[in-house]
Ligand binder design. Structure first.
Ligand code: SAM
Ligand code: DTB
Ligand code: SF4
Length: 318
């Protein structure tokens, strides 16, 4: 067993399941009570994504439009020039984002000069006085230390689903591989941003199992992205059934209760959610979003829509 999970786990499946399956109103009340104890009220963190390297990824993640295994209509490009990324970061800051997250369609972070380019990007974004996050695929311990030295705040590496369901979704790398990278990030004292995707065809038991694994990470993640599958034409999951909204809110609430200090990020999929559902997710403990017109390759609500929502709810940026 990977050392990222303690041998004696803090939370059992039964405990997580008992929370997840509370009567809905009780669950929301409990989640909001925990939220009030650990998180600032009426505040939501704004992050902006940049797809710094797009498409042609050798992995076979069934949800992902950037996998080379599927025929999707996305723009593909190699690592963007430094100035392009910095312009995006400045714009994100002007629009109120406090964290800039750079994503790359790689299986693992590159070992060559391109890794030096990434380190330079991190240093430059940090100079803008923004939190810097990256998601570049698997890392070595050495790379994690170098990312830390360059000023990286957080590294996003998701478990995506339960260990049981994982092999139905990805065959080109293992759950253990993911846990190993997460351990390297923690060892380097970089904040771990780790979550999953709902709506991959998983069962409720899989969602509970994923939350259990996340809650048992040691240390617990600093942020937990909860993505709802964005169904992209050409991917094997393009016709997957929608996740039930109450399952999404139960997942958010259980995550808030079990990982009280984390930012719970209502990540991909907000484009398909009503403002009321998003408000319910905030009530259940979500307190971070991606803002801007685009996530990596797919659409996001856009700044004006989010400004309108925040104004209606009297939510401010963190
Ligand atoms: N290649 C790196 C990796 O997989 O770790 C970094 C980029 S990858 C696109 C980052 C995360 O985006 C994935 O782990 C997955 O959770 C999420 N993601 C990708 N495609 C998605 C989709 N169609 N819907 C929802 N989330 C998605
Ligand atoms: C995360 O958990 N969600 C973000 C970020 N981490 C990198 C990515 C969502 C991607 C959605 C599909 C796309 O736009 O390509
Ligand atoms: Fe590649 Fe990441 Fe997409 Fe998987 S999720 S195919 S690793 S870009």
């Amino acid at each position: 067993m990977n050392t990222a999970i303690k041998k004696s786990e803090k939370y059992s499946l039964e405990e997580v399941s008992n929370i997840y399956n509370l009567p809905f109103l009780e669950l929301i009340f409990k989640a909001q009570s925990v939220h009030r104890q650990y998180q600032p009220l009426n505040k939501v963190q704004l992050c902006t994504l940049s797809n710094i390297k797009s498409g042609n990824c050798p992995e076979d993640c069934k949800y992902c439009p950037q996998s080379s295994k599927y025929k999707t209509k996305i723009e593909k490009y190699k690592l963007l020039p430094k100035n392009t990324v910095l312009e995006q970061a400045k714009e994100a800051k002007e629009n109120g984002a406090t964290r800039f997250c750079m994503g790359a369609a790689w299986r693992s972070a590159p070992a060559n000069g391109e890794f030096e380019d990434i380190l330079e990007l991190i240093r430059e974004v940090a100079k803008l006085k923004m939190e810097v996050c990256c998601t570049l695929g698997m890392l070595t311990q050495e790379q994690a230390f170098k990312l830390k030295e360059s000023g990286l705040t957080a590294y996003n590496h998701n478990l995506d689903t339960s260990s049981e369901y994982y092999k139905e979704i990805i065959t080109t790398r293992t759950y253990e591989d993911r846990l190993e990278t997460i351990q390297y990030i923690s060892n380097a004292d970089i904040q771990v941003c780790c979550g999953g995707i709902l709506g991959l065809g998983e069962s409720q038991a899989d969602r509970i199992s994923l939350i259990k694994t996340l809650a048992n990470l040691n240390p617990q993640p600093e942020s937990v992205p909860i993505n709802v599958l964005v169904k992209v034409k050409g991917t094997p999951l393009e016709n997957e059934k929608d996740i039930d909204s109450f399952e999404l809110v139960r997942s958010v609430a259980s995550t808030r209760i079990l990982i009280p200090k984390a930012k719970v990020k209502l990540s991909a999929g907000r484009i398909g959610m009503s403002q009321e559902l998003q408000a319910l997710a905030f009530l259940a403990g979500a307190n971070s979003i991606f803002m801007g017109e685009k996530l990596l390759t797919t659409d996001n609500p856009g700044i004006n829509k989010d400004k309108e929502l925040f104004s209606k709810l009297k939510i401010e940026s963190l």
